[in-house]
Design a protein around this ligand. Structure first.
Ligand code: GLU
Length: 249
């Protein structure tokens, strides 16, 4: 499951506590059902900004430094919420290139598998000190897809602040068309993501790219809003709004 900065943190650079609480409660529900869950979380830069009280635009290098301090806040927030449910968390920092390097990826898989065996929840973020891919573009969507491929995940849930992929930027009106199922990433789907993303609605371009990586690796992808009280559980209800990308068989 991947959660982005704009959902997990607010404009003041602090954790959106109700979102964190709801997401953790649903992950615990899955863990109690003996499902393996890996979390990819961004938010380091946003929280670092808040902590250091930085208001102005940051350069890329400054963002990397800010992430180094915000990462502590990010992990502290996850740790404290999971602790309420008596679960331990573990921090993993990966660069997207780690997922492609044979030795690094083998080590990452072994670490993740052992953490799951120990009952710890791996919380992964990009290693912003050495890598800038997800700061520039992606908000960890691509990283989450690469990790899903690496660990041969069955599903990737992308929690967003939008219900899914809309045919056009949604105006909160009845005629907004939500695409509920995508069987292949066509030019049409790509152009819908392009339009939505230009208006800053959920960064759909990187989500579509992430879906493409996963679908080829037999991993289905779901985009849904993380603003609901039960963001993951609600996916069992047929009335819940989401976009499902069907894995290639
Ligand atoms: N690793 C970055 C962070 O945690 C991801 C980029 C972003 O979310 O803006 O802030």
């Amino acid at each position: 499951m991947k959660i982005g900065s704009s959902l997990l943190t607010n404009s003041k650079g602090v954790v959106n506590k109700s979102v964190l609480k709801n997401v953790v409660a649903d992950i615990v529900w899955l863990l109690n059902k003996k499902k393996d869950v890996i979390v990819v979380s961004s938010g380091a830069i946003a929280l670092g900004r808040g902590k250091l009280k930085l208001k102005s635009e940051l350069t890329l290098n400054e963002s990397q430094a800010v992430a180094a301090t915000g990462q502590i806040e990010l992990m502290a927030a996850w740790q404290s919420e999971f602790k309420k449910h008596k679960f331990q968390v573990a921090q993993i920092l990966l660069s997207p290139s780690d997922a492609e390097n044979k030795k690094s990826s083998k080590n990452a898989i072994a670490t993740i598998e052992n953490l799951l065996k120990f009952g710890c929840v791996p919380i992964i973020n990009e290693n912003d000190t050495t890598s800038t891919d997800e700061i520039k573009f992606g908000d960890n969507d691509i990283l989450a897809a690469k990790i899903s491929k690496l660990v041969t995940a069955d599903h990737l849930i992308l929690l967003s602040n939008i219900d899914g992929l809309y045919s056009e930027p949604p105006k909160n009106q009845k005629n907004d068309i939500l695409i509920t199922e995508v069987k292949s990433i066509t030019k049409k789907i790509e152009s819908m993501a392009g339009t939505a993303s230009l208006l800053g609605k959920g960064g759909m371009v990187s989500k579509i790219k992430a879906a493409e990586i996963c679908m080829k690796s037999k991993c289905s992808v779901i985009i849904t809003s993380g603003l609901k009280k039960d963001p993951i559980k609600s996916l069992l209800r047929s009335t819940t709004k989401s976009t499902r990308f069907v894995a290639k068989s």
